[in-house]
Design a protein around this ligand. Structure first.
Ligand code: AMP
Ligand code: TRP
Length: 339
């Protein structure tokens, strides 16, 4: 199929399951803001229907959805330019998700590593929704004929499944209807690692709070965590290749590069030869400068939840205006009678 048929449109989603980290900021939000500022039409979704594939306390879910919306806005997403909304306010997501449950094959979903990780030994006890999670994700994206999907590196397999669903639908119904999307997984911090163990992803679910920077951490806490971050005894190299086999050093330099909006090589050409005792204070200053205004703004926005709800409702109306005709057309292609 030709790429030119679909105008560039960005879609991405984040689960409102609480505990936003620097990984979410650098791996997702910061890229979203750059894309918005490049002028591409963009739709960002708080995927609450994905969050409930594992248990969510209702009060926490409400709070986390609003907090995530505050995080988007505080990070620089403009709800007038981009569309910001929560998934459950646009019923077409669940509707197209069902359709894609009939397109995707059991074997495809059986291969999803995120399901295997999340289900662990508990395969028989997890929700059916957790298993079919990727079909809803494909629906999120294809419902808008989105072409570009910025995500962290852990979502690559789900995006490949989205491509497979689009290809199978187009093939089965002999149409060129759903775009075959492009993942956008790039930049120095596609995978921000734990501050305590450079081989593990920074995650809100790590039992050690010292392993991550939370977007709610204040300046003192950010400084403390970075000072305690694991390193190695060697000086920093002057080129990126010198960071191979030094996961903790690589992680801290990548975080610096992402916050400074530059490349790892550019950072190393400045700091190559320095010890961590010199580099860490530079990282602390930069992280505090870039991150504390965001947490301050989030707290301010959370004081007026009615305003956040208004933004989400307005976003949902705009999202539906795009989604509804695409769902109608999908049903029509499949022979589902519409009157
Ligand atoms: P999650 O909070 O896991 O639902 O992730 C939301 C978004 O943040 C997704 O695009 C993830 O790929 C991204 N993300 C989460 N943690 C990290 C991390 N440690 N490094 C890079 N991106 C991340
Ligand atoms: N699965 C994604 C995550 O855990 C969240 C998500 C849901 C998403 N729907 C999406 C991301 C659509 C990109 C596009 O991070």
């Amino acid at each position: 199929m030709s790429d030119s048929k679909f105008a560039p449109r960005v879609f991405s989603g984040i689960q409102p399951s609480g505990g936003l980290t620097l990984g979410n900021y650098l791996g997702a939000l910061k890229k979203f803001v750059t894309m918005q500022n490049d002028g591409i039409e963009a739709i960002y979704c708080m995927v609450d229907l994905h969050a409930i594939t594992v248990w969510q306390d209702p009060e926490d879910l409400r709070k986390n959805t609003r907090e995530l919306a505050a995080f988007f806005i505080a990070s620089g997403l403009d709800p007038q330019k981009s569309i910001l909304f929560n998934q459950s306010q646009v019923p077409e997501h669940a509707q197209l998700g069902w359709v894609f449950n009939t397109v995707a094959r059991m074997g495809w979903l059986n291969r999803m590593t995120q399901f295997k990780d999340k289900a662990g030994k508990n395969k028989e006890k997890v929700s059916v929704g957790l298993f079919s999670y990727p079909t809803l994700m494909a629906a999120d994206i294809l419902l808008y004929h989105a072409t570009h999907v910025p995500v962290g590196d852990d979502q690559k397999q789900h995006l490949e499944l989205t491509r497979d669903i689009a290809i199978k639908f187009n093939h089965d119904y002999k149409v060129d209807f759903f775009p075959v999307i492009e993942p956008v997984i790039e930049g120095p911090a596609t995978r921000v690692m734990s501050l305590r163990d450079g081989s593990k992803k920074m995650s809100k679910s790590d039992p050690s709070d010292l392993s991550r920077i939370n977007m709610s951490d204040d300046a003192d806490m950010i400084a403390k965590k970075l000072r305690k971050a694991k390193t190695d005894p060697d000086a920093l190299p002057s080129e990126a290749a010198g960071l191979n086999d030094r996961p903790e050093a690589k992680n801290l330099v990548s975080i610096y590069a992402a916050l400074a909006e530059t490349s790892v090589d550019a950072v190393l050409s400045d700091v190559g030869g320095k010890q961590f005792s010199e580099f860490k204070p530079m990282l602390v200053d930069l992280a505090v400068e870039k991150l504390s205004p965001i947490s301050g703004e989030m707290s301010r926005l959370m004081e007026d939840t009615a305003e956040i709800d208004r933004v989400l409702a307005q976003g949902a109306t705009r999202a539906r205006a795009i989604a509804s005709p695409i769902l109608d057309k999908t049903y029509d292609i499949m022979g589902l009678v519409r009157s």
